[in-house]
Design a protein around this ligand. Structure first.
Ligand SMILES: *Cc1c(COP(=O)(O)O)cnc(C)c1O
Ligand code: SF4
Length: 455
């Protein structure tokens, strides 16, 4: 059983800090005025939210502006192009009206590919002719579920590919209102073994609400659903959720119930940097989650300025394994938002991955990557090689629209600058990748539109 948390070291309640309240932070005054100005301007366009835990426990203010968690959560000047930045800056400094700022900001946002990977047109499942907007079914065995009330986070990552929904571009919002639809869809799809509840961060919800969504999945009729995964960055951004929040114990009790029902419960923890698992509060949260019988896996994208060095990953994976966490995915940053600021060439991502992978024991090598979540599937860069004098990337699918594509190595011409799948060209005299014809067939028949390789 879960032990009730002993007297909390901090009894603080969660409070979001945003553009409007940031000036109240004691640390705000210590920042360079130019930096403060840039944060104020960029946060008109990109989402910004932190909290006292992130600010006080994760950011080392002596290292700002280079501190990785500062880069992860605070908007930076270079995240916008010069023209966009200046345009917004002029409006803000000239005290332009809300409406005027809003229309410029909206245009800039639309230019930042707010919804990558064909998510709006593909992958939305149907039941009895009705589109189920809060779900995505892209890979046969796994259903993604976006509960309506879990569409925000305890802090925002500046690179987030879900950023559009945080800034209120409602046409880009995924969310499910009802769990009845979820249950009905699952009953009709016995091939689905895994449900991945995602957001935002589902752990932003009160336990009562989380339970409303998930308890129906424990019924015997849904025995084919063997795994419930919860995608969450709460252990990193607000570990109090599992320790001192009012309903922390209730959440853990519910986790126990899921485990006792015979299903596998996995918290898919989004961990960007080892500092996130070093605080006493985070370590208590992780111990308490694991004590319920749930597993905690670790995944994150490789982000320039945040974690683009092998040592960060070595530390994350070894210290994570020490705490009983399971390294799972390293992703390549997606083609959205401030991508130019964060992106790392595939060749460099591979180097960081391999360098780190080679330094950890077998228990850390459960991690797979670097992986691109692209339109055809999750494509991993396995390595580089040379065949008949040609330098090549070796790639494979970790997940694919057609499961038959998984695990079949294929080649692309080596390109030191490529940062995404759509930059890669087939190699060895071929003009198509092996999956391209079939991908076009699948996508045209699914959505009645032409597929885009990039997405
Ligand atoms: C990554 C992902 C999943 C889960 O894939 P696993 O390889 O089983 O972790 C499911 N659906 C979508 C759309 C995904 O991107
Ligand atoms: S935790 Fe995930 S969903 Fe939330 S802001 Fe970060 S990347 Fe986006």
């Amino acid at each position: 059983m879960i032990q009730t948390a002993s007297a909390p070291s901090t009894s603080e309640r969660y409070r979001a800090i945003t553009r409007h309240t940031i000036h109240r932070l004691p640390q705000w005054e210590t920042l360079d005025p130019e930096l403060r100005d840039a944060i104020g301007i960029v946060s008109h366009v990109l989402p910004f939210r932190v909290n006292r835990y992130v600010v006080d426990e994760l950011i080392d203010w002596d290292r700002v502006p280079d501190d990785p968690i500062f880069k992860l959560t605070f908007p930076q000047r270079e995240m916008l192009g010069d023209d966009e930045f200046n345009e917004v800056a002029d409006l803000v400094r000239g005290e332009a009206g809300r409406e005027e700022i809003r229309s410029v900001v909206d245009r800039i946002r639309l230019g930042l590919n707010p919804h990558p990977a064909g998510q709006m047109t593909h992958n939305v499942p149907e039941l009895d002719g009705k589109r189920l907007e809060g779900m995505q079914h892209k890979y046969r065995e796994t259903l993604l579920f976006f509960p309506a009330r879990g569409q925000t986070c305890h802090a925002y990552c500046t690179y987030c590919f879900r950023w559009a929904q945080f800034v209120g571009m409602p046409e880009f919002k995924f969310e499910a209102r009802e769990s009845e639809e979820l249950v009905a869809f699952l009953k009709a799809h016995p091939e689905i073994t895994d449900i991945l509840v995602t957001g935002g961060d589902p752990m932003i919800m009160k336990t009562r609400m989380l339970r409303d969504y998930l308890a129906p999945l424990l019924s015997e009729e849904l025995d084919h659903v063997r795994t419930i995964r919860i995608g969450s960055k709460s252990p990193a951004y607000w570990p109090q959720r599992f320790v001192t929040d009012d309903d922390a114990d209730d959440a853990l009790r519910f986790f126990e119930e899921v485990v006792e029902s015979g299903k596998h419960l996995a918290l898919m923890g989004h961990f960007s940097h080892p500092v996130e698992i070093r605080t006493p509060m985070a370590q208590r949260a992780l111990r308490r989650i694991r004590a319920t019988g749930a597993e905690v896996r670790m995944q994150a994208p490789l982000i320039r300025h945040v974690n683009d060095d092998a040592q960060a990953w070595v530390d994350l994976w070894t210290e994570g394994v020490q705490q009983g966490l399971v390294p799972y995915y390293m992703f390549v940053e997606r083609d959205t938002g401030a991508k130019n600021y964060f992106e790392v060439p595939l060749a460099r991502a591979l180097e960081v991955f391999q360098d780190a992978f080679r330094q950890v024991s077998g228990l850390g090598r459960t991690v797979r990557g670097p992986s691109m979540s692209a339109h055809p599937g999750k494509v991993r860069v396995l390595g580089t090689t040379r065949i008949q004098g040609e330098k090549l990337f070796v790639l494979d699918f970790l997940q694919a629209r057609n499961p038959a594509w998984v695990g079949r190595p294929f080649f692309a011409a080596f390109d030191p600058d490529a940062t995404w799948l759509n930059h890669l060209r087939p190699a060895l005299g071929r003009d198509r990748f092996f999956f391209q014809d079939e991908l076009e067939e699948i996508t045209v028949s699914e959505a009645g539109i032409l597929p885009v390789m990039s997405a």
